[in-house]
Design a protein around this ligand. Structure first.
Ligand SMILES: C[S@@+](CC[C@H](N)C(=O)[O-])C[C@H]1O[C@@H](n2cnc3c(N)ncnc32)[C@H](O)[C@@H]1O
Length: 342
């Protein structure tokens, strides 16, 4: 699954898994409480750990359900179509619909706030997102699809939308000119499901500080944001796709109201207490925390904070910087992996 997501750990997986395996036994329970694309959760599953995945974003919970709970295509028995492939064909062939995406996020629309039409998706692709979303919402209301079936189809729609979004890296802004991929037609493609691995995993959704009391694990991996950029603001469009709702589209970028998904980890003032809340309430003897040399807190500040909770060690891994199409710094940055043992 290719996914441009700030802080995506796909390229670090071998190092992370090696470090995890040194501190927990085979088959241990490992939590990934800011799972994002669920790349680390999936790698833990393939290594036969039991995983508890969580994130505050709805799309992340869909990704985690698909990557952890499914090992074969669901039956979609109540829809009356012949399985996953037929469901995707049906959704890909729906008549376009002029809904919230067409109106708020395509150049053919006219935003409710009276602003300039936005260019996140071509009019056709926005109409496809609206049509597919309306169908999925209907199936949910009718209880025609299960929670995992719903997550699989919304996961597919998020990935299909990512492939044709007219953006440079994140959904913070759309591009003013059209990229080639943004002019291609949106198409749902079948997800690759992981066969032959355990499925006794758990997925939660919510702020880690609130979910922490539910975490009972041998190791808790925390991969927080390390900059001021809020995920909820940078990925607001796929959050709306994942929820299938029609929120107010605010300002030039058409942001959904996202205060409920504000992260204290993006604030230099609040981050320490956010970490403390998690360490205090999770039932867990060990933590591993990813952080970046470019982050809000320095290595020394993190050491001092983490030392309140146990013995801390630090591994430093050279890593290529996240870069948007628009440019950015590039080069190599040190990625930190802290280990706390109570
Ligand atoms: C660096 S990314 C994680 C990337 C992930 N490991 C991956 O490989 O895709 C940070 C994640 O933390 C989530 N997040 C930020 N603050 C949070 C909070 N307070 N509680 C739960 N999740 C949070 C964001 O939604 C984002 O998905």
């Amino acid at each position: 699954m290719s996914y441009r997501y700030i802080g995506n750990k796909t390229r670090l997986l071998p190092i992370l898994l090696d470090s995890f395996s040194k501190v927990v036994k085979d088959g241990a329970t490992v939590a990934d409480i800011m799972c994002g694309t669920a790349s680390v959760s999936e790698a833990l599953r393939t290594s036969e750990y039991r995983v508890i995945a969580s994130d505050m974003m709805t799309f992340a919970a869909h990704h985690a359900r698909v990557r952890l709970l499914l090992s074969e295509e669901p039956k979609f028995g109540k829809i009356g179509l012949k399985g996953y492939a037929s469901v995707l064909t049906h959704l890909n062939q729906l008549k376009l619909r002029k809904g919230v995406f067409f109106k708020e996020y395509s150049p053919d629309g006219n935003p409710e706030n009276g602003g300039e039409p936005r260019k996140y998706f071509s009019g056709e692709n926005a109409g496809r997102i609206d049509a597919i979303t309306a169908q999925l919402n209907q199936w949910q209301v009718d209880e025609t699809i299960s929670e995992t079936e719903n997550s699989l189809l919304r996961h597919d729609l998020v990935l299909a939308s990512n492939r044709v979004a007219n953006i440079a890296g994140t959904y913070g802004h759309h591009r003013s000119k059209w990229g080639t991929s943004a002019l291609a037609s949106l198409e749902l493609r079948p997800a690759t499901l992981l066969a032959g691995h355990r499925t006794d995993h758990t997925v939660h959704q919510g702020q880690a500080e609130t979910v922490a009391p539910l975490i009972e694990a041998d190791l808790c991996y925390i991969d927080p944001p390390y900059m001021k950029r809020q995920y909820a603001a940078n990925y607001h469009i796929i959050e709306t796709i994942a929820r299938g709702d029609s929120p107010e589209a605010v300002g030039v970028s058409g942001l959904r109201p996202w205060r409920d998904q504000y992260s204290d980890f993006c604030s230099k003032v609040k981050i320490r207490d956010a970490f403390r809340t998690i360490f205090k309430s999770a039932q867990c003897g060990q933590f591993m925390i990813s952080y970046s040399e470019d982050g809000l807190l320095t290595e020394e500040q993190l050491m001092e904070l983490f030392s309140e909770f146990g013995t801390v060690s630090l591994q430093k891994i050279p890593f290529a910087r996240f870069r948007s199409n628009a440019g950015g710094q590039g080069g190599t940055v040190m990625e930190y992996l802290f280990h706390i043992k109570r």
